[in-house]
Design a protein around this ligand. Structure first.
Ligand code: NAD
Length: 495
């Protein structure tokens, strides 16, 4: 049985107060590991380790930092299968999904490897006579990452490779529900040869987070998780004088226009709504069927979901695994019941799914004729529940997305370039897909939603990530003209 410790200053550290929490395998409901919950003393040790390492690390050459990042990247690639298995064991998602998560994480390390180019700064010669002005970017200090259960290694990799590339040191507080994969990648940081204290990890829950939020030696906080917690992190972190980026929940709409390719749209809706059992912040949870496409679209989606194979993520035949916990499973079932009670048409009822397996499995739910007043429409469910809302016009679809509290992602399916362009221009969301249901930006763009999906002004990873992890310094310089100098420097004199 794994007992997950903390990783502080290059050492595995036990909790001093022996406070532990079970980590369950969602496919079996059985205990897979336990984590030790950090006491205030361990949290402080981790921050102090990061603080002590900062001076030397921020002064380490670009060449050395780059080499270490490449080594780390190669170790993650070599261990891709092992990391994916750890993810599946504690999260439940199918192995192909877990491997996809690792691949997206690697993309972020690769972006960080190129930081020498990204952080070159800018220079304006002769801004005034004999005066040059230039901007450099310097690290912020001790950065903290607080991450959610649904991407246990991809989200940490959105954060710390970029943070340390910029010369910062880092303390990661991963989700307490699946800590083994993040623990392993921080172990790989040590194996790659990063100096002790550059990346540390403490395990725990809200109390751990709250201590990090108020710790006087923490300079910046990156958070990804649900909206209520993101709001709390943003408010508390900024009130304590920290730089904060806090990404929250989502309710992503996929608008399907009457001219769309039905098969393409139905395939996309099924994979984007039910992949990873809907536990993705970019999952599609609402299909907006415009005009007369509703019947044929619902029919096409329904035919596809009948064939979906549900089972343990370790089974190569499974296409959808379990939810993260029994509590979350109950919550998802309650949403399906409330939709029925509020008058939605239940095309497929995942709440009645039964299996001999003991894990936290639910079936897939497809609801038609959902309206914006229903609970199932308003809330982020984070499960395999897809709502279809029918509207008459493209404008109604746009308005509906605008009125929704979240603004993470939105997609349109159409053959009309003009309509797609209107959508791209006017839709109120931070990430937009055109005939692409899950528009997660590649590592060299940045990830972030609008409205209640992001608190702060900086998106995660890519150029905005680098911006978040650095402070700008602008230098205005004037040097005496050597040709008029009183001291003979060997320059021809002006006469
Ligand atoms: P969560 O908000 O419950 O937990 C996220 C982190 O915050 C965890 O490390 C947890 O230990 C900590 N935490 C939980 N409650 C806290 C509290 N009261 N005070 C301080 N810290 C607390 O989120 P989750 O259930 O792990 O993840 C799912 C959520 O994350 C969904 O809402 C999903 O949309 C969101 N998410 C968003 C993005 C994005 O990029 N916008 C990406 C992934 C997940």
């Amino acid at each position: 049985m794994r007992s997950i410790q903390h990783r502080i200053d290059g050492q595995s550290v036990d909790s001093s107060d022996l406070n532990t929490q079970d980590v369950l395998n969602p496919a079996t409901g059985e205990k897979a590991a336990e984590i030790q919950i950090a006491s205030p003393a361990e949290i402080d040790r981790a921050v102090q380790a990061a603080k002590s390492a900062f001076e030397e690390w921020s002064d380490t050459s670009i060449a050395t930092r780059t080499k270490l990042l490449y080594k780390f990247r190669n170790l993650v690639v070599e261990n891709e299968q092992k990391i994916a298995e750890l993810i599946t064991e504690e999260h439940g998602k199918v192995l192909t999904d877990a491997r996809g998560e690792v691949a997206r994480g690697i993309e972020n390390i690769e972006y960080a490897c190129g930081f020498a180019e990204t952080l070159k700064g800018s220079y304006s010669e002769q801004a005034s006579s004999g005066v040059d002005v230039y901007t450099i970017r310097q690290p912020v200090g001790v950065c903290v990452g607080i991450t959610p259960f649904n991407f246990p290694i991809m989200v940490p990799l959105w954060m710390f490779p970029n943070a340390v590339a910029c010369g910062n040191t880092f303390v990661l507080k991963p989700s307490d529900r699946n800590p083994s994969a993040p623990d392993f990648i921080v172990e790989l940081i040590g194996e790659a040869g990063f100096p002790n204290g550059v990346v540390n990890l403490v395990n725990g829950g809200p109390e751990t987070v709250n201590q990090l939020l108020t710790h006087e030696d923490v300079d910046a906080i990156s958070f990804v998780g649900s909206t209520p917690v993101a709001k709390h992190i943003y408010k508390s972190g900024t009130a304590n004088g920290k730089r904060v980026q806090a990404l929250g929940g989502a309710k992503n709409h996929m608008v399907v226009l009457p001219d769309a390719d039905i098969d393409l749209a139905a395939d996309a809706a099924v994979s984007a709504a039910y992949g990873s059992a809907g536990e993705r912040c970019m999952a599609i949870s609402v299909v907006v069927a415009v005009g007369d496409i509703g019947d044929s679209l619902v029919n096409a989606i329904s035919q596809r979901i009948d064939k979906l194979k549900i089972g343990s993520g370790m089974n190569p035949d499974s296409e959808m695994g379990p939810l993260i916990s029994q509590e979350h499973k109950n919550r998802v079932i309650d949403y399906v019941r409330s939709a029925k009670a509020e008058g939605a048409t239940v095309v497929s009822d995942g709440s009645s799914y039964s299996t001999s397996e003991k894990g936290f499995f639910v079936g897939v739910t497809l609801l038609d004729n959902v309206t914006t007043g229903m609970e199932v429409y308003r809330d982020e469910i984070f499960g395999p529940v897809l709502s279809v809302v029918r509207v008459q016009t493209f404008d109604e679809a746009l308005k509906m997305i605008k009125m929704n509290q979240y603004g993470n992602g939105a997609a349109i399916f159409t053959r009309d370039g003009g309509a797609a362009r209107q959508f791209q221009k006017n839709v109120q969301a931070g990430m937009v897909g055109i005939n692409v249901p899950i528009p997660v930006p590649v590592g060299y763009h940045s990830f972030g939603g609008w409205d209640e999906s992001l608190f702060g002004d900086t998106a995660m990873y890519g150029p905005e990530g680098m911006h978040f992890f650095t402070k700008q310094k602008v230098i205005t310089s004037r040097w005496p003209d050597p040709t008029t100098s009183q001291v003979d420097l060997g320059f021809p004199q002006n006469t």
